[in-house]
Design a protein around this ligand. Structure first.
Ligand code: WTA
Length: 636
């Protein structure tokens, strides 16, 4: 009988696990790692330098994560459903894969990759819609030891080429097109545009999805279905070192271009599985649904790796919450008897704004656990979710984490540790959060607020930023040496539960998607009308935060011209980043509030964007205080 993965089942067990994880972390993680399928066990559990940001878990171990996601389950769960795919259009066919079938599909895709010259360590960029081949492609990369870098299929050609070039990818996986509600988007064409600027790419493998004719570049592009025709149905998994790269995922920070967050094999695997199992408390017969796209970290860890490592049934949805109606999520839950449902506050808020009948006309009896991720969930949304979706019987887990943390850090364990509106809750075992003052002093006690940092490494901690470790050190480890700095502010309430307040750096969170203000400003500045711009976030009813851009133009723009200039600026941002980064408001200004040393005072811009101009604080250090009046007058 192989050792079993245990699950925390009571508050006492949580407390005991938490205590052990801090008293003897290495032994704690060795015990948790034990039951996985290892080709070779580790020599050391942890080697850590939290000043330089070097962390190695399970060094010396050999494994392949897909053997743990798939092969390991074949004997006991071979005929269990691994993946259910629900299409964009409810009238078209759903697709289901048992563990055995998924294993075979992954092996076949792995053989296609190898036949196309993909080798261990190569970087493969994936720009695909939410179709089963995306999940299979990601696992196939892991099977052959290639480093996958999934790019969300809403990013623009320019954003793709930046990422492909940074990763120096040799192969790109894509599809002819994608469905998004009532729209269809020619994905391959976007990739073609991107690849004009990507000399490292020598092969593009295209999945047929919409059946659209596409331009195939001779010698570079091949169709997946043709490549699959004669491949073997099995594929031995590549043996990987614990610290070999598993994936790169690009995410925005407060400066410069998005950075490639790197996760490695063993630590990520242990962390994804442990957090999934304990937070969601998924049982053998549950159907679990995470609505995130695989293009984001939530899709990596909690649509794909976590559920499959745990042997769960995971549902993948191609569509959007409002197509063909705002009852679509609830319809899918009833149709597949979903028991654990994990989504984002922005989706909840957008559905809350529609008639209540959209949700009340579904039974939702199968639901047992609800999850939230990506941004703070406001109390109103929390109550709506708890009352109308969960019918006051499903615990809500508000899970706080980041691309860099690999998996959930602070959250209730469903039905076990306290779950309160607008509180992420207690840290998971292995996570040691602290609140720091501006000077970097740990703030003791409850009912306190500060910068959220983590004091001790956990297995899923970011290993580096691809090709540039200094950037990783600077961003996460240098601000408070010895700690991992999250970039978030948090409050510890009277009971010691954490409440995440939001970013304390120049990152804005729009519908749960991260953007650096500098990143959007750089995009806006590409527009030929623009001299300079400053972007801030402001509270937005549905998106959480909206994007407010103050823009200085080269020439004087009349009121009539302004409409065209603003449209042209939006077009530039869409071309540089993608539709998801479109500014919600653009205000043309003649100056920005700058200090004498030339620094933009964003605090003032934020206040104006929020509509709170009564107390702008000290403006005497401004080079030209008059610009503030002009900006207030012109506010949108
Ligand atoms: C925010 C998404 C409040 C936070 C998994 C963090 C949250 C950033 C929560 C990471 C939550 C994520 N409550 N805020 N439950 N979850 N955030 O990398 O600001 O896309 O730093 O990872 O989202 O976003 P990322």
């Amino acid at each position: 009988m192989p050792a079993q993965h245990a699950r925390i089942q009571s508050i006492e067990e949580y407390e005991e696990a938490y205590r052990r994880s801090t008293e003897n972390p290495e032994q704690f993680w060795a015990d948790i790692a034990e039951p996985f399928s290892w080709r070779r066990k580790w020599d050391t559990i942890l080697e850590s330098d939290m000043v330089e940001g070097h962390n190695k878990w399970f060094k010396g171990a050999k494994l392949n994560i897909t053997e743990n996601c798939l092969d390991r389950h074949l004997a006991t769960r071979g005929n269990k459903l691994a993946l259910i795919w629900e299409p964009n259009d409810p009238k078209t066919r759903q697709i289901r894969y048992t563990y055995r079938e998924l294993h075979q599909e992954v092996c076949k895709f792995a053989n296609v990759l190898q036949n196309n010259g993909v080798e261990k360590g190569d970087r493969v960029c994936i720009y695909m819609p939410m179709i089963p081949q995306l999940a299979i492609a990601v696992l196939a990369c892991a099977r052959v030891g290639a480093v996958h870098s999934v790019i969300f299929a809403g990013f623009s050609a320019n954003a793709i080429s930046d990422r492909v070039n940074d990763a120096q990818a040799s192969v790109v996986l894509t599809s002819d097109g994608l469905n998004r509600g009532d729209k269809q988007i020619p994905v391959k064409r976007v990739v073609d545009d991107a690849l004009h600027h990507c000399p490292s790419v020598r092969r593009v493998i295209v999945t047929e999805h919409l059946g659209w004719p596409v331009n195939m570049v001779e010698g570079r592009d091949v169709w997946l279905h043709e490549e699959l025709e004669e491949v073997e149905k099995t594929s031995p998994a590549e043996e990987m070192d614990a610290e070999d790269l598993l994936f790169i995922l690009y995410t925005s920070g407060s400066t410069g271009k998005p950075k490639g967050v790197v996760h490695t094999q063993a630590g990520y695997m242990v962390w994804a599985d442990y957090t999934f199992r304990n937070v969601f408390q998924v049982n053998e017969n549950d159907v679990y649904w995470c609505t995130a796209d695989i293009g984001w970290v939530t899709g990596h860890t909690y649509l794909l790796y976590g559920p499959l490592l745990s042997g769960a049934t995971t549902l993948m949805f191609e569509g959007i919450p409002t197509y063909p109606s705002a009852g679509r999520f609830w319809e899918v839950i009833d149709k597949h008897s979903v028991s654990v449902f994990y989504t984002a506050p922005t989706a909840i808020r957008s559905l809350m704004a529609t008639p209540l009948d959209n949700v009340l006309s579904y039974s939702l009896d199968s639901l047992r656990v609800l999850g939230s991720v990506g941004e703070p969930i406001n109390e109103e949304a929390w109550h709506w979710y708890y009352t109308h979706v969960g019918k006051e019987r499903c615990p809500v887990v508000d899970t706080w984490w980041q691309t860099e943390t690999g998996g959930i850090m602070i959250s209730a364990l469903a039905g076990i540790t306290p779950s309160k509106p607008a509180r992420a809750g207690l840290p998971l075992p292995g996570v040691q959060p602290v609140l720091l003052s501006q000077e970097g002093k740990e703030i003791e006690g409850n009912d306190e607020e500060g910068y959220l940092a983590i004091k001790y490494p956990w297995p899923g901690i970011i290993r580096t930023t691809y090709g540039d470790h200094e950037r990783c050190r600077q961003t996460y480890f240098a601000p408070y040496p010895g700690y991992y700095f999250t970039g978030d502010g948090a409050r510890r309430d009277e009971e010691g539960l954490y409440r995440i307040i939001g970013r304390v750096d120049d990152v804005i969170n729009v519908s749960g998607h991260r953007f650096g203000t500098a990143e959007i400003e750089n995009a806006i500045n590409q527009n030929s009308h623009v001299v300079e711009s400053a972007v801030v976030g402001y509270p937005h009813d549905v998106k959480g935060q909206g994007i407010y851009a103050y823009v200085i133009c080269r020439e004087k723009i009349s009121k009539e011209e302004a409409i065209y200039v603003e449209a042209s600026i939006i077009e530039t941002v869409v071309a540089e980043i993608g539709k998801i980064a479109r500014p919600d408001k653009i205000q043309l200004v003649t100056g920005l509030p700058k200090t004498r040393s030339g620094k933009i005072m964003r605090r003032i811009l934020r206040k104006v964007a929020e509509g709170d101009t009564s107390n702008l604080g000290d403006t005497t250090t401004l080079l030209d205080p008059n610009v503030v009046d002009e900006i207030i007058e012109g506010k949108k």
